[in-house]
Design a protein around this ligand. Structure first.
Ligand code: ATP
Ligand code: MG
Length: 473
């Protein structure tokens, strides 16, 4: 069985304390930085079991080797029995960290992704909150023997040297058992003129980030024999934080590293489409196609039966009184297009409902949640994305098209065009077509062939409903 939680080996307490002190971290600051609860940090420090991914992230933050810092397997096995995950412990936890055992219905996808990685690197995109990060974290924690996945959320990284520093820190963590990574340390020692033993790159290294990146990869490739898989979540955010020049150089060097080192694979993922970032770089003169060797994988909602299963688990875990679990769970799953994030939300709201739950109640709660000005279901990004990533010419087309489709059944292009051309800022037919393509790339729309020809419609009825409500249509 895969390990779903770990506890600190008490011999490592002094190391943890030392690392907290040298990095001037408190339990509160580390909890905030990792977006985990303070009680998880406290459990960790007191050698109580914490979720496996939390344990690894805490160790990474503290520059500790998580493998060494955890209890040996046998001891752990004795203590874990009482903490083993139980089916009826499922709790609704929208947007929170959940353990790999609570991630439902991604096993087949994960198998396919490992198969893909045996061939090539891939880009994992998909609508917001469809479950990309959860899938990638589960992969990391339950990797096959021949694979060494290294997961990193890159959202807060602001410069290339910071990026290289975290890659290097991650690799050092994984290389502890194989021996120290020498090339990077030797190179930094030369730069600073004395023996480098720290875990943060001195400022002087900043202009040398490309050399340091290459040396990090060389160390990693030399010191261990598995297929190394860098799983970089929120890479579009990272590139967006960089200057255009640094973003172009980063994309180019990553591509060249993939080509030079066949033992390295990369997974790019994130909540903004990489195509927006690359398009902006093209405007600044970039002409390369830096990901043309990576396979595009489209993240999907859960299959209906898995969505129903997740809903049943959550309803049972939350002790919601239901007359017919299968029927109610089906209604809940379908009401939110089988997207697990919204299933968590809906169950979370239903658990406080005292009456009998039927389809009407479910739909009312969905409507109320979409209307809620507190943005409870975090859907504002559907509107914000248009403002942030569509240019001034595209914006009126995008808004108009989404407005039209939010109140119409699947609609053919000619009909959409009739509407558009009657408005002052949407008079160009080819722009209409290209914006439709962009809206499909950004997961708002799909194009379907049916009896009345080719039609456009919202990909998710939940998003359609949100759009209609939020635009007052
Ligand atoms: N397979 C699953 N089983 C159970 N719950 C899930 C599953 N996938 C996702 N969730 C729930 O949905 C939430 C959002 O998922 P996740 O963060 O993986 O989405 P994402 O696609 O990475 O989102 P973003 O685009 O914002 O980065 C999780 O915190 C979890 O509560
Ligand atoms: Mg994510």
């Amino acid at each position: 069985m895969a390990r779903s939680s770990l506890q600190l080996n008490s011999k490592w307490i002094p190391k943890v304390e030392e690392s907290l002190a040298t990095q001037q971290l408190t339990q509160r600051t580390i909890a905030e930085r990792l977006e985990i609860s303070r009680s998880s940090v406290s459990k960790f420090i007191n050698c109580k079991p914490v979720a496996l991914n939390t344990f690894i992230r805490l160790c990474q933050e503290l520059n500790l080797d998580w493998n060494g810092a955890s209890q040996p397997e046998r001891e752990w096995n004795d203590s874990i029995e009482s903490f083993r995950f139980k089916q009826d412990d499922f709790k609704s936890n929208p947007g929170g960290q959940i353990s790999p055992d609570e991630i439902v219905g991604r096993d087949r996808l994960i198998e396919q992704l490992w198969d893909r990685l045996r061939q090539q690197s891939f880009i994992f995109s998909g609508e917001r909150r469809i479950g990309k990060s959860s899938t990638l974290k589960k992969m990391t924690l339950e990797a096959p023997e021949d694979m060494l996945p290294i997961y990193r959320d890159l959202e807060g990284i602001r410069s290339p040297i910071e990026f290289v520093e975290v890659i290097w820190q991650d690799t050092e963590t994984y290389l502890r058992e194989a021996g120290k990574a020498q090339r990077v340390r030797e190179f930094v020692s030369e730069l600073i003129g004395s023996h480098f033993t720290g875990y943060r790159f001195p400022e002087i290294t900043a202009p040398h980030w490309k050399t340091l990146l290459t040396k990090t990869i060389e160390d990693l490739v030399t010191l261990q024999s598995k297929q190394i898989v860098f799983i970089w979540d929120e890479i579009p955010h990272l590139l967006g934080n960089f200057s255009d020049e640094a973003a172009m150089e980063t994309l180019d060097i990553l591509r060249s590293l993939r080509q030079t080192y066949p033992d390295i694979r990369m997974v790019f993922s994130g909540s903004i489409g990489l195509h927006h970032i690359i398009k902006n770089l093209q405007k600044a003169g970039y002409s390369n196609d830096p990901t043309n060797d990576m396979y595009p994988v489209d993240g999907q909602p859960l299959a209906q039966e898995d969505a129903i299963q997740l809903t049943i688990n959550l309803l049972r875990g939350e002790d919601v009184t239901i007359f017919n679990f299968q029927e109610t769970a089906t209604e809940i799953a379908l009401a939110v297009d089988c997207i697990p994030f919204y299933i968590h939300h809906l169950v979370n709201q239903l658990k406080d409902y005292s009456g009998e739950i039927n389809q009407e109640i479910i739909m009312n709660i969905v409507d109320e949640s979409l209307r809620n000005p507190l943005n409870l279901w975090k859907m504002e990004h559907y509107r914000e994305r248009i403002d942030n990533y569509y240019n001034d010419i595209q914006k009126p087309y995008a808004l108009e098209i989404l407005d039209i489709l939010s109140i119409n059944p699947p609609t053919p292009f000619q009909r959409i065009w009739q509407y558009l051309k009657s408005e002052p800022h949407t008079q160009d037919k080819e722009t209409a077509r290209s914006v439709l393509r962009l809206l499909m790339k950004d997961y708002y729309l799909i194009q379907e062939d049916n009896l009345s020809g080719s039609t456009y419609t919202f990909r998710y009825q939940l998003v359609q409903k949100y759009w209609r409500i939020s635009r007052g249509l």
